[in-house]
Structure formats: structure tokens, C-alpha cells
Design a protein around this ligand. Structure first.
Ligand SMILES: [Zn+2]
Length: 254
């Protein structure tokens, strides 16, 4: 009888614990293998979260506190807690920022920046970029949210303000006097912009006709009409980034 009871208990526990579907997908940059972790809470979800920079741990920590209750999918590019990817073609090492290779212009810029621009390295990174985008299949999702961290004063909402480096890329921006300029949203949809602005967040609405293209996922989504939100917070601003993710989730009815 005891065995029967334990058997029923086991079956009950198995049916209650909905196990996440975790996949590791192999991607290659030249001869270098990279792993993309894909965690799926809801296979039919229209909402996807992406972490491209493996060293931006505040953003993943912030997201993890919502993941259990989120009907979404999460992509995490694993890179030994480093930002840039070091790759090898014909035994020569090159380097690129994984958030700078979603266009030909971006790939060229990245490889020149790291002094390894030639036809073979360009083809290798182009293949990586194409395979990565094919795996993400962004057009099949209604909403794409990328998670990033920056360092103090390095990249902020001020970067998009008139007369600064990225001002041509912004259609509109909202600066909040009550928030750190390093904590801000970048969005491709006016509805998202208005919602964040009304809630007194720093937010940038990208200009869909801007010629600016740094090969980032933001510029890619902007040019391809994908509803996209970048949740960008200063490294260590865990509570601020949690609040931002929570606010974004509410937009999607989560
Ligand atoms: Zn980042």
C-alpha cells in the first residue's frame, strides 16, 4: 500500500512541476563554437527577451526574478561572462561585439575596429549573424525585449539628445529629472514611448528613417519594423532595472 501511495505522490509531483524547456543551440563564428541558451516558458508566446552581452549580469539577475511567472522565451548568448566574442578563422583570432553585427555596415565596422577585416573574417561573422537571426526568428514574435547594462556616464539617454553622438537616430526622447540618465528605454513604437514617458521614465523613440546603423539589434529592429524595447540600466542598478522590466511586462499584459 505504501508503494502505491508513493507512486501516486511521484506522479502528482511530476504533473505539478512544469519543467522549463531549456535548449542549447550551437552557433559558429568561423572555427569558434558559441552556445545560445534558449529557455521557453511558453512555446506559443509572442514575447521574447534577449541577453546579448554575457558580462551584463545585473540585467539577467533582474529578469530572472520575473521569468517564473512570465509567458515568454529567453535567449542568452553564452560567452564566459565577456562582452565581445573572440573568434578564429584560419587560426587567426578576431573579435566583435555581438550587438554590432546585425548589418553589413556593423560587421565591417566591428572587424575594422578590432583590426581583423578581410573577406574570410567578414564572411565568418556574416554567417554567424545570419544563423543567429534565423534562430531568433524575431518576426515570429510580437514583442522583442533586449536587456543591457552600461557603465556610469558611458552610454545614456543623453547620447540621443540633440547635438550628441546619436541624436539623428532619435525621433523623440524624454528625459526624467527623477531618474539616472543611464537607466533608460530605447523603443521602436510610439505607443511604448508614450507609455514610458507618462510614467516618467527616460525613453528614446528611434527614428525609422534614420540612416544611422551601428549593426545593433535596436537598429535592426527599427529598420525591420519589429516592435522592440531595449531595457538599458547602469550596472548594479538591480532594483531600477527590475522596475523597468516590470513596467515593460505590464505593457504586454503580463
Ligand atoms: Zn549590452
Amino acid at each position: 500500500m505504501r508503494h502505491v501511495y508513493l507512486c501516486f505522490l511521484f506522479i502528482y509531483l511530476c504533473s505539478c512541476q512544469k519543467k522549463d524547456d531549456v535548449q542549447l543551440i550551437e552557433l559558429f563564428a568561423g572555427e569558434t563554437k558559441l552556445l545560445l541558451e534558449v529557455k521557453t516558458k511558453d512555446e506559443n508566446s509572442s514575447l521574447v527577451f534577449i541577453n546579448l552581452h554575457d558580462d551584463e549580469v545585473t540585467s539577467t539577475e533582474a529578469f530572472n526574478s520575473f521569468y517564473e511567472d512570465c509567458n515568454c522565451r529567453f535567449y542568452h548568448l553564452m560567452n564566459n561572462r565577456r562582452r565581445n566574442i573572440v573568434f578564429s578563422v584560419n587560426h587567426h583570432d578576431g573579435e566583435f561585439d555581438p550587438n554590432g553585427i546585425f548589418s553589413s555596415t556593423g560587421i565591417e565596422r566591428q572587424l575594422k575596429k578590432h583590426h581583423y577585416f578581410n573577406p574570410k573574417s567578414e564572411a565568418a561573422v556574416k554567417k554567424f549573424s545570419e544563423d543567429f537571426l534565423a534562430t531568433l526568428d524575431l518576426n515570429s514574435h510580437d514583442f522583442v525585449v533586449s536587456l543591457h547594462n552600461n557603465s556610469d556616464g558611458n552610454f545614456s539617454v543623453q547620447s540621443y539628445v540633440a547635438d550628441t553622438s546619436r541624436s539623428e537616430g532619435a525621433l523623440e526622447f524624454n528625459l526624467s529629472p527623477n531618474r539616472d540618465e543611464d537607466d533608460f528605454f530605447i523603443v521602436t513604437k510610439r505607443e511604448f514611448f508614450e507609455s514610458f514617458r507618462k510614467q516618467d521614465f527616460n525613453v528614446v523613440l528611434l527614428n525609422p528613417t534614420s540612416p544611422e546603423d551601428d549593426g545593433s539589434l535596436s537598429d535592426y529592429c527599427n529598420k525591420h519594423g519589429i516592435d522592440y524595447i531595449n531595457v538599458e540600466a547602469e550596472d548594479g542598478h538591480l532594483e531600477e532595472q527590475k522596475k523597468m522590466i516590470e513596467t515593460a511586462l505590464l505593457l504586454f499584459g503580463e
